[in-house]
Write a protein that binds this ligand. Structure first.
Ligand SMILES: [Zn+2]
Length: 401
């Protein structure tokens, strides 16, 4: 049993505890969180019992959930040019993602170990191939894999879906959790969405889709114009018959997905209050995932995050991939939001980074908060101002268990 005392303990499911003691069992499960005022007797007993009470300056919080990653692109670390906008980014990924299997697998293991060292305990991870499956099977991290499909043309939908199902079967036969999901509004046909809808409806798993990551995504759906549509038309003749819907990319796509499954919309860089309200009315099970450093890497722009706090409750954080980020660290994403939107409290940011992600992935009984019996991992956040509870540039995360 370990006794961990800190300036503040953030259980997440309840209010922060000043000078609290977190008691963790040998197997990492939470035994108790003691408040020096509310649990005065038990607290004093721990201090007087001669137990080794480990003391930390800063905050203790549960392990982080990385709600959106592409582990299999880890070999692209440091290879892509920054701030080129999404169409050029997609072109770079498609031309550079091919590599030798040894190089890909080595980068996968490194990235997985890096996420463990960054205090990440679960990941919602996109896969287009089976490259990452063996790494996931051997990892300390809990992975939920999203088998991601794109068909570009309805004539390909059945074939693409069948291949996706094969990949899904190979994932689940290894005992790994997963779902089959669409890539983005502009790369899937309504026919493929219908197939995904039917499959997901039966199996109830969480879904996700990239959403409004670049400005011209909406222009494409509104009137078949913009940089993204030009890029896609030049890349493949399969867009010749494509028809604009006259609505935003989000509303054009979401109507084809089930409103009884959890759906995570990823990026949302150009989403408006109208988009958010529309999605919230369509389904009660919408999660909004931000990957701020990836947005800066690709588009050099952040979503209007405070707008989502006003209009939506379920927010998560992701790193996206090493094709579009400098690190795979949820704490780096927290620091980025904190730096750009200092009015958002640390308690809110940590909730996004822990319990919200666990709820989205269906892992809330085990991860996401310091509650008795859970095994959520324990992260120590260093170098914070304990008076104002603000992070500093020196703040770091150190996983303790
Ligand atoms: Zn992504």
């Amino acid at each position: 049993m370990r006794f961990l005392k800190a300036d503040f303990i953030y259980p997440i499911s309840s209010v922060p505890v000043k000078n609290g003691i977190l008691i963790v069992n040998e197997n990492g499960s939470i035994s108790d969180v003691l408040d020096p005022v509310i649990n005065r007797e038990d607290y004093q007993q721990v201090l007087n019992s001669g137990n080794d009470v480990e003391t930390f300056r800063g905050i203790l919080c549960p392990g982080f959930i990385n709600a959106h990653c592409h582990l299999e692109l880890s070999h692209l670390k440091g290879k892509l040019r920054e701030k080129q906008k999404l169409p050029a980014f997609l072109r770079q990924v498609s031309t550079m993602r091919q590599a030798g299997e040894d190089e890909i697998i080595e980068a996968l293991y490194e990235a997985d170990a890096e996420m463990v060292a960054n205090g990440i305990v679960a990941v919602g991870d996109i896969s287009n191939t089976d490259h990452s499956f063996s790494v996931k099977g051997n990892s300390k991290i809990h992975y939920h894999t999203f088998i991601e499909l794109f068909d570009f043309h309805p004539n390909r939908a059945d074939d693409v879906f069948d291949k996706g199902k094969q990949l899904y079967n190979s994932l689940t036969s290894m005992g790994l959790a997963g779902s089959i999901v669409p890539h983005a509004p502009y790369t899937v046909s309504p026919k493929l969405l219908k197939l995904l809808n039917n499959f997901s409806y039966d199996d109830g798993a969480p879904l996700c889709i990239h959403n409004q990551e670049t400005e011209s995504e909406n222009a494409m759906f509104l009137n078949k114009s913009g940089d993204l549509f030009t890029f896609l038309q030049n890349a493949t003749s399969l867009y010749t018959d494509w028809k604009a819907t006259g609505f935003s990319s989000l509303s054009s796509t979401l109507v084809h997905l089930p409103n009884c499954n959890k759906i995570q919309l990823v990026h949302n860089t150009y989403s408006t209050a109208e988009d958010i309200n529309w999605a919230q009315l369509y389904s009660m099970l919408i999660w909004w995932c931000f990957c701020p450093n990836a947005n800066l890497f690709i588009e050099n722009r952040l979503p209007d995050i405070p707008l989502f706090i006003d209009h939506a409750s379920k927010i998560t954080l992701g790193t996206d991939s090493y094709a579009s980020n400098w690190s795979l660290s949820i704490f780096d994403e927290i620091k980025r939001v904190n730096q750009s939107y200092p009015e958002i409290s640390l308690e809110i940011l940590l909730t996004w980074a822990t319990l919200n992600g666990a709820q989205y992935l269906g892992l809330q009984n085990k991860l996401g908060s310091f509650e008795k019996g859970k095994i959520p991992g324990v992260n120590w956040i260093t170098n914070i101002d304990v008076e104002t509870l603000h992070l500093s540039g020196m703040s770091e995360v150190v996983p303790l268990c």
